[in-house]
Structure formats: C-alpha cells, structure tokens
Design a protein around this ligand. Structure first.
Ligand code: FDA
Length: 392
C-alpha cells in the first residue's frame, strides 16, 4: 500500500506537492492553520500573482549553498509551470524583466492548484494548526489543535515569517531544531528600508515619489524604481537590495544611471549657463527631490555658470553615488520573504528529504533558498515541491 503522507502548509509549495503526489496515487492530506488555501498566493503580485519569471536560474536566488537549487529548478522549470497553467487556458502577461502575472486574478493560480489537487483526490484539514511532531515506530505523530494525526511521511511546507497576519508560524524552524537540523538565522527580505529621523525629516515630504535608479551594496546591484515613503525607501530596486543589505552598511544610489552627466553639463553650459542649476536638473529629476537634495547640500543652490568644474565633479559623484545608511527594515510586517531557514546542507537536493531523518521532507520558503523579486519565489515553491513529489 502507498504511504500516508501529510503535508503541513497549504501554500504554493504544499498545494503543488500535494497535487503531484495525489496524481501519483498517494494518500495525501494537507493541513493548514488558515480557513482557506493559498492565502499568500491570493495576496501576491498586487492580487495578480507574479507566478514565475522567464529568466529563472540559480543566480536569482540567495542561499548559503548557491548550487542547491540548481537541480530542482532544472527538473521543473518556469517552462513546465507555464505549460501547466496553459493547459487551463490561464490568461497571463509579461510585465517587465520576464515577470509573468495573471491577467485576471491570483485566484486563477489557486484554482489551477485546487483543480490539480482534486484530480489527485487530495484531502484537506483546514484551521488545523501543527504544534509538534514526534516519531514512534517508523511513524510520525503530529500534535495539532484538532488532535493527533499520524503519517508515514511528513512534508514541511510551512513557509516563512513574512506578513504575520496571514497566519505565519515558526513551526518549520522549531521542527528543524527538534530533529537537530541546522537553521540559517532568519530575517526579513524583499522589504522596505527605514531611515533615521534626521534624514526622514528631509525626505519624507517626498513620500509617493518614485524615480528610476541603480541601487547597490558591496555584494549586489539592481536597476529599478525606488519609492520614497513616510518611513524610508521602498520600490523594486530597494526591495531587491534589502535582501543583500546588512545592518550598518551604506547603500549607494545612482539617481541617473542612464545619463551621461558630464555630457549633459557641457550641453547645458552652452545653452543655459544663466539658469539656476535646480531648473536645469529638473529636466532629469522630480522638482521636489531636487529641493530635498539642496537641503541635504547634495545639490548647490546656484546659477549654472557659478558652478565650478570641481563642484560639478562633486555634484556628479553625489548624484550617481548617493550614500545612505538605512537604520533598519520594516521587518516581517511588510516583507515579501524570509531569508535564511532550514539549512540546505541537511537536505537532499534531489528529493528534499532530510538526510538524517528518513521520510521527513522540506519544501518551499521555509528552507534557506530565497529568490529575487519577480516570480522567483513561487518558482522555487513549484520546483522544490515537484522534486519532492516526483522522487518519493
Ligand atoms: P506559504 O507561506 O505560501 O505557505 C505556508 C502555509 O503554511 C501557509 O498557508 C501557513 O498558514 C501554513 N502554516 C504555517 N504554520 C503552520 C502551522 N503551525 N500549522 C499549520 N499550517 C501552518 N513571490 C513570487 O514569486 N511572486 C509574487 O508575486 C509574490 N508576491 C508576494 C506578495 C506578498 C504580500 C508576500 C507576503 C509574498 C509574496 N511572494 C511572491 C512570496 C511568496 O508568496 C512565497 O515565497 C511563497 O508563498 C512561499 O510558498 P510556501 O508554500 O513555501 O509558503
């Protein structure tokens, strides 16, 4: 008889894994503490779910072992997931940088997953919260708020800690510790950065303004919009860099990455040397941002012809390498993902099985594999789930 499998977590990874195992004939039960399945999927991509990315490869993931995700991403790629949703005639579009979104609603993705689970006769126990797991006589005994559940095999798909209001719990990490698995320290990723009050006093009036920029730290660099907020900085380029940023470190912002500023000033000196520098720069940047940069003494409040060659050089340096030291992040409340998690060293990259505990598996965000913004995290959920299901 095929084993009784319990999957903990009816998120992206848990649902997809359940469907694949169900279709293979396994007896699969998914338990989740929520009232409905796929809650994060429904919230994702502004309600349109950025379900994968055309450019998926291992370079778009952070982990202590960058090689771990390669095999699973190859065995169930973005093309495989696109093929699956295409079978349901799901309407989707590419937004930018390979990011694929639903045309109608994220519910379309949840519907595909529910349908696949129904085909595989997957059972669900919702509003069932896992508290603990014990192992006796080659079986797992799960303690939940609905009583005990036994299983031959258990798959941990409990996700990360971001967006606590969606029912996140640290149970995945606790189970890992209980079974002596290493856990890479967790922290919020893809998260807005906060600024110290003195800087915020000058920049918070810009809340809502967005500019295209290049943002970098020592380890990484991203092009994209940055958004000024009442608490600091957000927008795609900031969210991306937040996953690489370490407390205390400066980020460098190039406010004009596509502009040859030396050439720009040569032209402007020929055509408009009697104009105020701020009027000239308003051809390139929002006026309110220029006012704030004057207050920060990054832009001198002078007529262009009064700007010496040396001052121009310093101005260009400041506009293309604006150094800001964030004082923190907004944390899990607004983060899209959790960095760190169950260490991949403890897992088989082929099956996602815990090397030291046969029949215990880990998939999705709860492990130390975190994608960039842009559909990479859902692709990891699909790929790791598939690797687990197909090899069982
Ligand atoms: P996921 O978090 O989806 O599921 C885990 C499930 O386990 C949850 O249902 C939870 O309730 C349940 N659970 C936890 N503890 C439990 C317990 N003790 N007992 C029972 N059940 C328990 N990614 C992307 O690629 N494209 C995008 O557009 C977005 N957008 C986005 C928006 C927002 C607002 C957030 C917060 C996140 C995203 N993401 C994203 C990230 C993406 O949602 C995330 O990486 C995946 O949902 C992870 O899938 P998992 O199945 O691993 O966890």
């Amino acid at each position: 008889m095929l084993s009784k499998i319990v999957i903990i977590g009816a998120g992206a990874a848990g649902l997809f894994c359940a469907s694949r195992l169900g279709l293979r004939g396994f007896d699969v039960t998914v338990i989740d503490n929520g009232k409905k399945v796929g809650r994060k999927i429904l919230m994702s991509g502004g309600g349109y779910c950025n379900f994968t990315n055309l450019n998926v490869d291992a370079n778009h993931y952070l982990s202590q072992n960058n090689h771990f995700c390669k095999s699973a991403l190859k065995r169930f790629s973005q093309w495989d997931f696109i093929h699956l949703v295409s079978q349901y005639n799901l309407a989707y579009h590419e937004k930018e940088q390979g990011q694929l979104f639903c045309d109608n609603s994220a519910q379309d993705i949840v519907n595909v997953l529910i349908n696949e689970c129904q085909k595989g006769k997957v059972k669900f126990k919702l509003q069932t919260e896992l508290y603990d797991i014990n192992q006796t006589d080659n079986k797992f005994v799960l303690d939940t708020n609905q009583g005990q559940i036994t299983a031959d095999k258990v798959i941990i798909a409990t996700g990360g800690l971001s967006m606590p209001k969606l029912g996140t719990t640290p149970i995945g990490y606790k189970i890992a510790e209980k079974f002596n698995l290493p856990v890479v320290p967790v922290r919020a990723g893809l998260v807005p950065l906060t600024l110290q009050q003195s800087l915020l006093d000058i920049l918070s009036p810009l809340a809502g303004i967005s500019v295209f920029a290049n943002v970098s730290t020592v380890k990484s660099s991203f092009n994209g919009n940055i958004l000024f907020t009442h608490r600091g900085l957000s927008g795609p380029a900031i969210l991306q860099i937040s996953s690489y940023w370490q407390q205390g470190e400066a980020i460098s912002i190039n406010l004009l990455p596509n502009e040859d500023l030396a050439l720009f000033f040569i032209t402007q000196r020929e055509q408009a040397s009697n104009q105020l520098l701020k009027t000239i720069l308003a051809k390139l940047l929002p006026k309110r941002l220029i006012e704030s940069l004057i207050e920060l003494q990054i832009i001198p409040d002078v007529v262009l012809k009064q700007l010496s060659a040396r001052q121009q050089q310093i101005l260009i340096e400041h506009l293309t390498n604006w150094q800001i030291i964030p004082n923190g992040t907004e944390g899990y409340r607004t983060a899209e993902v959790t960095l760190g998690g169950i260490a991949t060293d403890a897992l088989s990259s082929k099956t996602m099985e815990v090397k030291s505990v046969p029949n215990l598996y880990v998939i999705g965000e709860v492990m130390d594999v975190t994608g960039w913004l842009g559909g990479y995290n859902f692709q990891w959920a699909w790929s790791s789930a598939y690797a687990c299901a197909v090899e069982m």
